[in-house]
Ligand binder design. Structure first.
Ligand code: FAD
Length: 276
């Protein structure tokens, strides 16, 4: 069972608890991006099992009538085992997705090419029913955005969660913010919709809304469960908002990561538990 302190960031261990959480978000006009926790499998067995779990989750979503999609980590469905395993499992998931959208998360820089190649192929085959994440801290991302502009899918721009070498990544926070703004400006100018702003940063969200007013391009805002939830509900009154909702029994390392990236998260979770 997930202790109350972690349950601010993780929706539970089963798909049913994740769907319950999605339902309660929908009541507040927020949509859910469901992510089964798991990554870096070295063997094909667990990668295939998680792919199968996503197929079942997609069936549950179709049946449940909730506004939800899924987001899959490449190394969770076999990228560390081999690119062909990742491709086969992603194909299986997307083939089973029906009308439900499928996102691919982005992991460290060694996975970028394989992730984008698979995304591009599936996006063309499935007429845009898939999306991919790109990271503003990587110097290559501007070129990747140019490549992705004409692909029929969605792109989530994030700042980047991995500690990358300085030859290929911006390390300075301000430089990453600048690259994020540049990325947003390019997307709003060149993309035909399909823009996802994956950030909690009020300055980036405000900039995105300004670009939306200037160019009229459609976009959505994505934030994590447990982070700035009041802002999510408020933004949802005016914009399309999606909350990234992790669930599953591998919640401990995810909770640890949230706390390590921002120590206030621990205080915040503790306060939320104490205040009921
Ligand atoms: P930061 O630069 O961390 O913070 C900027 C400002 O935002 C802060 O000053 C504060 O005002 C506000 N803020 C940030 N966090 C909090 C908080 N906990 N509480 C209150 N205010 C806060 N990374 C990947 O590498 N690959 C992925 O696939 C990926 N997917 C993601 C999906 C979603 C939906 C989101 C939201 C993030 C994802 N990330 C991913 C993580 C991302 O790369 C960043 O590490 C993370 O979002 C932190 O950057 P930020 O833009 O939110 O804000």
């Amino acid at each position: 069972m997930i202790p109350p302190i972690a349950s601010k960031f993780v929706a539970g261990e089963s798909p049913a608890t994740a769907l319950d959480h999605a339902r309660s978000l929908n009541e507040r006009n927020v949509n859910a991006i469901l992510n089964l926790l798991g990554e870096h499998y070295d063997d094909r067995g667990p990668a295939d099992e998680d792919a199968e779990a996503y197929v079942r989750l997609l069936e549950d979503i179709e049946r449940s009538n909730v506004s939800a999609c899924v987001s899959v980590k490449p190394s969770q469905v076999g990228l560390d085992v081999g690119e062909h395993v990742y491709r086969e499992n992603m194909e299986r998931i997307v083939d089973a997705s029906g009308d439900t959208f499928v996102w691919m998360d982005m992991e460290d820089h060694e996975t970028t090419d394989a992730t984008l190649d698979t995304y591009e192929r599936l996006a063309h085959e499935h007429d845009g029913g898939v999306g991919v994440c790109v990271q503003a801290n990587l110097k290559r991302t501007r070129e990747d955005l140019e490549r992705l502009a004409d692909v029929p899918g969605k792109v989530r721009l994030v700042k980047g969660a991995y500690d990358e070498p300085e030859e290929i990544a911006y390390k300075d926070k301000e430089r990453v913010n600048e690259a994020y703004r540049d990325g947003l400006a390019f997307m709003f100018e060149e993309f035909d919709g399909g823009i996802a702003v994956g950030s909690h940063d009020p300055a980036m969200i405000e900039y995105a809304t300004e670009l939306h007013e200037e160019h009229g391009t459609d976009f959505e805002i994505q934030m994590l469960m447990g982070v700035r939830e009041d802002a999510q509900y408020e933004l949802a009154e005016e914009y399309e908002v999606w909350q990234y909702v992790p669930y599953g029994d591998k919640w401990l390392s995810y909770f640890y990561r949230r706390v390590m990236e921002r120590k206030e998260n621990l205080l915040f979770a503790a306060r939320a538990v104490l205040s009921g």
